[in-house]
Design a protein around this ligand. Structure first.
Ligand SMILES: Nc1ncnc2c1ncn2[C@@H]1O[C@H](COP(=O)(O)OP(=O)(O)OP(=O)(O)O)[C@@H](O)[C@H]1O
Length: 269
């Protein structure tokens, strides 16, 4: 089991198991790109559960399926077989439109390629996904300012991306990923373009968000960043070849509970 120094410091539990409800569950998930002799088995029969309050790192060589896993987890892609569940919603069963709506409301992405919109200020970039969710402009700005404050950028809210350093831009991207009621944070090499000091700061922010109750999945090539996670899953050729402790399924919100009537305790949106 790979447990980082910081995770160990943060969490005294000897087995390191996060105890929140399962937010994200992949069960027997495979993804094949293409057909016939040229088909690529990007993921093969992967099981993974991530709990609220848990940060899971995904490591593996180039082409091992890390980004495919992240895309499936966030509903950007659908599995060829198997099931992806977010809260009580089976992402792999809903229509593309519903999946897009779930994704927008519930999933925050942080990519190496930040995708900030150059013509919008930091606050406008962060507010945009909330406005797309139907939140009124004034409320969305308020939320955006709070999210920017969380990442230490309250003073730069009205700057444009080109007026900020790379690290500051990355923090804006994180604020945008975390604004509003999102509970699942998917980060694909979020530290890739950053110097080590700024990379650590980014990890601290992700860790803090997860400690506050989100579930996080972090793709990284760097063990020192994976050390911030509670556990690490290693992929090779689309297969999980090593995973530190994944806990019991008994309190899963999925399976028989999927589609059941009533409130979903993992969401407050
Ligand atoms: N849209 C696609 N069409 C065909 N093959 C694809 C597609 N997307 C990914 N693949 C293939 O699936 C495999 C897994 O790709 P993926 O991008 O998930 O790996 P990765 O571990 O994220 O790699 P890297 O670390 O280089 O980003 C690779 O062989 C890749 O070429």
């Amino acid at each position: 089991m790979t447990r980082g120094r910081r995770a160990a410091e943060r969490e005294p539990s000897p087995d390191g198991a996060a105890t929140g409800p399962v937010l994200l569950a992949l069960a027997g998930v495979s993804r094949v790109h293409g057909t016939g002799p040229t088909a690529v088995h990007a993921l093969d029969d992967v099981d993974l559960r991530v709990r609220m309050g848990e940060l899971v790192a995904v490591m593996g060589p180039s082409g091992s399926g890390k980004s495919t896993l992240l895309n499936l987890a966030g509903g950007l892609d659908t599995p060829t077989s198997g099931r992806v569940t977010l809260g009580r919603d089976v992402l792999s069963d809903v229509s593309a439109t519903e999946r897009a709506a779930l994704r927008r409301r519930r999933v925050g992405y942080v990519f190496q390629d930040l995708n900030l919109i150059p013509a919008l200020t930091a606050a406008e970039n962060v507010a945009l996904p909330r406005e797309l969710d139907g939140v009124r402009a004034r409320a969305a700005r308020k939320e955006a300012l709070a999210a920017l404050d969380d990442v230490g950028l309250a003073d730069l809210a009205d700057r444009f991306p080109e007026e900020m350093s790379g690290g500051q831009q990355q923090r804006v991207a994180i604020a945008r990923a975390l604004v509003g009621p999102r509970r699942l944070v998917l980060a694909d090499e979020p530290t890739g373009a950053l110097d080590s000091h700024t990379g650590e700061a980014v990890m601290r922010l992700l860790r803090a968000r997860v400690d506050a109750g989100a579930a996080g999945l972090l793709v990284t090539h760097e063990p020192r960043f994976a050390a911030w996670a509670d556990r690490t899953v290693y992929l090779r050729d689309g297969v999980v070849v090593d995973a530190s402790r994944d806990d019991d399924a008994e309190d899963l919100l999925v399976g028989a509970a999927a589609g059941a009537a009533g409130e979903d305790p993992t969401w407050d949106d």
